[in-house]
Design a protein around this ligand. Structure first.
Ligand SMILES: C[S@@+](CC[C@H](N)C(=O)[O-])C[C@H]1O[C@@H](n2cnc3c(N)ncnc32)[C@H](O)[C@@H]1O
Length: 212
């Protein structure tokens, strides 16, 4: 359903009763993604430690942006790979520059579309979405495609700023409540496996694709 956007962060498009946020553009947004106080405010190393990755895992970082989490994840899967997926070529170009300058061999930039991460079926063990899901313009199509790209029993980690916390100074459209996230993921076929409140501002929700 499309209505008039409620604020400048909105798109006017609604899904399960919430308004989908506008995409964080590379121009302006890239600076936010790399701002130094994120390390203290969001504890990215704790986030990655809790992904519980195996060294051989294939991980999709969907909505990778400038790679703020991508390269931390890559360190955890030395014998696996990270697909860094984004719909903005400028983001992938920023990631490719880091890949080249650091000679990283296990990060693979992938240009996604608004409806699909363009990953092969049954190709990944874990999909990670950090502050990106609320921007998916076609969440139903995207999530079905992500579901298909996961191997049976594969895990989906959803990180979003807590919609329940009014003290977090962000537009409500850039946050998500736990109940809303659960409702939307269960509609796709995922099961909530764990909900870990280990991050200062964000939910850490772990979902799973059934084994069969
Ligand atoms: C707020 S940024 C977060 C980037 C990164 N995860 C981080 O934490 O720094 C959201 C990113 O999601 C991307 N995005 C939005 N919709 C997408 C989609 N359908 N598929 C892939 N990426 C998408 C945007 O282009 C943007 O780079």
């Amino acid at each position: 359903m499309t209505k008039k956007a409620t604020d400048s962060a909105g798109t006017g498009r609604f899904y399960f009763g919430r308004e989908i946020a506008a995409v964080t553009a590379h121009a302006g947004g890239a600076e936010w993604m790399e701002k130094r106080d994120r390390d203290n405010a969001e504890l990215p190393d704790r986030l990655v430690a809790n992904l519980d990755l195996k060294p051989t895992d294939a991980v999709a970082d969907i909505g990778a942006g400038t790679g703020y989490l991508t390269f931390r994840i890559a360190d955890e899967v030395p014998y696996g790979r990270v697909y860094a997926v984004d719909i903005q070529p400028e983001m992938l170009s920023a990631i490719s520059d880091i890949v080249d300058s650091l000679s990283v061999t296990n990060v693979h930039p992938v240009l996604g579309s608004a409806k699909s991460p363009n990953l092969p079926v049954n190709s990944t063990n874990v999909a990670v979405m950090v502050a990106s899901y609320h921007e998916f313009f076609y969440p139903w199509e995207m999530m079905h495609s992500i579901f298909d790209s996961l191997k049976p029993g594969g895990r989906l980690i959803l990180i979003e700023y807590r919609g329940e916390d009014e003290t977090i100074e962000l537009s409500p459209l850039h946050k998500l409540t736990r109940d809303q996230a659960r409702k939307e993921m269960e509609a796709i076929g995922f099961t909530l496996k764990a909900s870990r409140e280990i991050l200062p501002q964000q939910h850490f929700l772990e979902f799973q694709k059934p084994f069969e």
